[in-house]
Write a protein that binds this ligand. Structure first.
Ligand SMILES: [Zn+2]
Length: 403
């Protein structure tokens, strides 16, 4: 992923090209921007540009070739000097049924040897490290990373260590990193990516050079979508634009998993029905949203692994996924304010339904609904009872209506 293929972010890209070209990369960068805006992608582009065997251009046009051995290894995540760490949470997965328990036909008996191997593999307790809402970057992960930075490089000209969601570092890890940034190793740069810089130690921030990544304006997003996916229908395109909120990474994900667009439609239809609902239906609505959240997860993590993670850690998985879905809910109530002022809508394809709901949610009620959603989003970081929290949310949303 050379700089040239990055969508948007002209200013930070120019700054990074200049820094690589001058051979003076700082020991620490802080990439700040909303989730899925492209912080990690940009850090990987930096890693390629700083290490490419046949770089092209110079100064503000410098770029990686994207083709050489080093570039390929970085793209594949296989370069030993370019590391990416992110928060992790250990989830024990339920055991799968052993395949060799089936009664053997002749053909299966011939395959006995490989079945036995599978059986041995099944004996291991299975667990996965996943990035969940309450996952942390612990001291061990940081110690590991700074330890590597202190050793001799495996061949890279300039080593890049990327810490995604850096705000999830625990205090011990942050202090360990701070020590390294105070006495930085040679030819190494730490890139801290975060959407919440206020959650980082000010002493870490002051040791890093900050680059801000901003959302793509709708017109640029539209142009990028037309190029990446010319087969997108106008309805799909406007849904992707509204859901991605200017984050290209999010848009890409939606293009790969278009069922999410149908799920969005279901959720917005549920919201559009709020003016007609009885108060006692709050519980049912909470249940429906939980069920849609579950399907959202299974679409994002298709296949066996997604199902097993859901089974093993349902509440965690749903809390993580709800973070995104609440953003969708907030955009609806924000639009309810805007539609009454005839402004630019996020969910422009739902203008009619929004206009119909506006009588029940005048601006002050819609604003209060946004606050209720913010409260829940903040609560998701705690270990709350998810079902109860969703029921409370829908009760609040229904009580805010005007007759
Ligand atoms: Zn290259």
């Amino acid at each position: 992923m050379p700089f040239a293929s990055i969508v948007g972010h002209e200013q930070p890209v120019r700054a990074l090209r200049r820094a690589v070209s001058s051979g003076r990369l700082p020991p620490g960068y802080l990439f700040v921007g909303p989730p899925h805006i492209g912080k990690t992608t940009l850090a990987l582009a930096l890693a390629q540009a700083a290490n490419c065997e046949q770089p092209v251009g110079q100064g503000e046009t410098l770029d990686a070739c994207g083709q050489c051995d080093t570039c390929r290894k970085i793209t594949a995540g296989l370069h030993p000097d370019i590391r990416l760490v992110q928060p992790r949470l250990r989830i024990e997965l339920p055991k799968e049924k052993k395949k060799s328990e089936r009664k053997g036909s002749a053909r299966q008996r011939i395959a006995q040897v490989s079945d036995e191997e599978e059986e041995i593999a099944d004996e291991e307790p299975e667990a996965i490290s996943a990035d969940m809402e309450d996952a942390l970057i612990d001291l061990e992960l940081i110690t590991d990373l700074v330890g590597e930075a202190a050793r001799t490089a495996f061949g890279a000209q300039h080593r890049i260590y990327i810490i995604a969601r850096a705000e999830a570092m625990n205090a011990a890890g942050a202090n360990r990193l701070l020590k390294t940034l105070e006495e930085p190793p040679e030819n190494a740069t730490f890139v801290l990516a975060t959407s919440r810089p206020s959650a980082l130690l000010p002493t870490i921030i002051s040791r890093c050079q900050t680059l801000a990544l901003h959302a793509l304006p709708p017109q640029e997003m539209e142009a990028a979508l037309a190029e990446a996916s010319p087969d997108l229908s106008p309805t799909e395109r406007s849904a992707v634009i509204s859901m991605s909120a200017g984050a290209w990474g999010r848009a890409r994900r939606l293009l790969d998993r278009r069922q999410l667009l149908d799920l969005r439609a279901e959720i917005l239809t549920l919201l559009a029905s709020l003016p007609r609902r009885e108060l006692w239906e709050a519980m049912r609505l909470a249940e429906a949203l939980a069920e849609m959240t579950e399907r959202w997860w299974l679409t994002e993590e298709p296949g066996d692994l997604g199902k097993r993670m859901l089974k093993a850690a349902r509440d965690r998985v749903l809390r993580t996924e709800l973070g995104q879905i609440l953003g969708l809910l907030s955009s609806w109530f924000r639009d309810l304010i805007v539609v009454q002022a005839d402004g630019r809508l996020i969910n422009a394809d739902y203008r009619e339904q929004l206009a119909a709901s506006a009588a029940s949610y005048p601006p002050d009620a819609a604003l209060a609904a946004c606050r209720a959603l913010d409260d829940l989003r903040a609560d998701l970081r705690q270990n709350l009872n998810l079902r109860l929290a969703l029921e409370t949310l829908f009760l609040r949303l229904l009580l805010l209506r005007r007759q």
